[in-house]
Design a protein around this ligand. Structure first.
Ligand code: NAP
Length: 489
């Protein structure tokens, strides 16, 4: 009898969910989104809108939501952070709940989540860094740009980083993407322009004392291949206290470069901006002028320390571009000619990296979870198209660490469309798992004190009030204990 009843219910549910994409249901679809950055919040928003029966829980290892919008976006880009208003409305939706301070892996395992929710969407992004794999990478004074970004943005894991800003007057940034421009700008901006942003107070103290006046932005390829975008480049080139140095010989283009620019408007615009900057005369504005050097066609070979402890120079090899047969891309090839830049700080800005968790198929070569339109594949072997039931991925973990905040909107749309299609086709059965109650039970059993969205609102209020006293939009709380305390009281 029990078996028959279960069978009937299954059939009823299938019929109901076969009616259409946004069909309402008496059985809620229990969805857990892991990660509360843009990819996670856009997924939650799309899911709540598209399926009126969906209940969405968002978990995050930090007590604070918003991922890269809080920890990644530069403090002097407040307009990019406005999107948190939209995300806050999502979190306050009556079918959505936020569980901060819940870490996938230690607080709850992936297999527990999959047993608890009909749908698990992984949106935890890229919390690690690509490596160069060259000698001296672990010297003091050599950091990833991500660590530096997390430090100035008050991420609680990096408040004690203490970057070496007083060792010399020169910093080298490796890579020429938008993160490289962000860190260069923060190192070079007049302190008065940072004081009224939401930059962490500990970072302001360090930057006030900083002796860095020269930043070298080093690219292994040429100006046509610089990975930054035009808007961000224009911003740094326009800084009033800055002289920009570009060797005009690096601007000579090949027919392949011309072809690249013909096919990519952004590459062309970036090249034009760099050319214009190279031809501009140097400024003699304020007494506290700083210098930004764009260095092209150089790849890092090793980091040197004069005292066997802290970096004192970067050795670079000159490169030329060769066409790579398989990708058709122009790649940098060493020429056997070398040079060095003396410096006291190196920031490696060569890309973020995602990390796997136990039980998750992972493509180590590409650093992503293998997937088809957000459906997680059972293995990274491209011949195997079997998917993992109820498991999805979105954001940087799905497509690699590229794209701006808004890119995640389209990425989330694709993943949510896959989920809805699987519901419609009866591959996912709503309410077949306990959902929120199940998660709460696991957290109680493990003694995990989660921070609900109201806890974040308390933190938010305290940060804004502390900011008011200093003419800042907020003064971030940057320590785990203080964050957890602020969330309660
Ligand atoms: P990115 O745009 O991929 O740039 C990575 C840079 O590192 C490239 O110049 C790349 O050169 C270089 N690189 C990679 N491996 C290297 C190696 N082994 N040796 C030397 N150089 C190497 O990454 P990102 O700057 O971390 O940015 C990530 C994403 O966030 C991007 O899509 C970016 O636009 C976005 N973002 C946007 C903003 C904004 O809109 N304001 C701000 C920050 C970040 P090759 O081209 O030769 O590989």
């Amino acid at each position: 009898m029990k078996v028959m009843r279960r069978f009937l219910l299954y059939g009823q549910r299938q019929r109901l969910h076969s009616r259409g994409f946004s069909s309402a249901s008496w059985d809620p679809l229990h969805v857990c989104v892991v990660g509360s950055g843009p990819a996670g919040f856009y997924t939650a928003e799309k899911m709540l809108k598209a399926n009126e029966g969906a209940e969405v829980d968002i978990i995050d290892r930090l007590p604070t939501p918003f991922g890269l919008v809080r920890s990644g976006v530069a403090p002097d880009h407040p307009e990019t952070k406005i999107v948190v208003n939209q995300f806050s409305r999502v979190a306050s939706h009556d079918r959505c709940s936020f569980f901060g301070n819940v870490s996938l892996g230690s607080s709850v395992s992936l297999s527990e989540l999959r047993q608890t929710y009909d749908v698990v969407v992984l949106a935890y992004g890229s919390e690690s860094d690509r490596c160069l794999g060259i000698p001296g990478e672990d010297l003091k004074g050599v950091h990833s740009a991500r660590e530096f970004v997390w430090w100035y943005n008050g991420h609680p894991d990096y408040r004690d980083m203490a970057p070496e800003l007083c060792n010399s007057d020169t910093a080298v940034v490796l890579g020429q993407g938008n993160v490289a421009l962000d860190v260069a700008r923060i190192l070079l901006r007049p302190i008065s322009e940072l004081e009224t942003t939401d930059i962490a107070d500990h970072a302001l103290d360090f930057l006030r004392k900083s002796t860095i006046r020269n930043v070298y932005l080093v690219g292994r390829r040429g100006p046509v291949q610089a990975a930054c975008t035009a808007k961000e480049l224009r911003e740094i080139l326009g800084m009033k206290n800055l002289n920009v140095h570009i060797n005009e010989t690096a601007l000579v283009t090949s027919p392949m470069d011309e072809e690249e620019m013909k096919n990519n408007r952004i590459r062309k615009r970036v090249y034009e901006l760099l050319t214009k900057a190279a031809k501009s005369s140097l400024r003699d504005g304020s007494t506290d002028m700083r210098d930004l050097h764009f260095i092209f066609f150089r790849k890092p070979i090793k980091f040197i320390s004069e005292d066997n402890s802290t970096v004192s120079s970067v050795h670079l090899e000159k490169t030329v571009l060769k066409e790579n047969g398989s990708s058709g891309k122009q790649v940098a090839v060493g020429t056997g000619e070398f040079e060095e830049i003396k410096c006291g700080l190196v920031l490696k800005s060569i890309g973020y990296k995602s990390l796997p968790v136990d039980g998750l198929p992972f493509d180590n070569d590409r650093g992503v979870v293998p997937n088809v339109k957000g459906r997680v594949l059972a293995s990274a072997d491209r011949m195997d198209t079997k998917t993992e039931q109820g498991l999805y991925v979105v954001g940087w973990l799905k497509r690699g660490p590229t794209g701006i905040v808004g890119t995640n909107l389209y990425c989330a749309e694709e993943t949510v469309a896959s989920i809805l299609e699987d519901v419609k086709n009866g591959k996912l059965i709503p309410a077949s798992k306990p959902g929120r109650k199940g998660l709460q039970q696991i957290l109680v059993e493990k003694g995990v004190k989660f921070v609900p969205f109201s806890g974040w609102e308390r933190i938010d209020l305290k940060e804004k009030m502390a900011g008011q006293l200093k003419n800042k939009p907020r003064e971030k709380i940057t320590n785990w204990n203080d964050l957890l305390q602020a969330a309660i009281r």
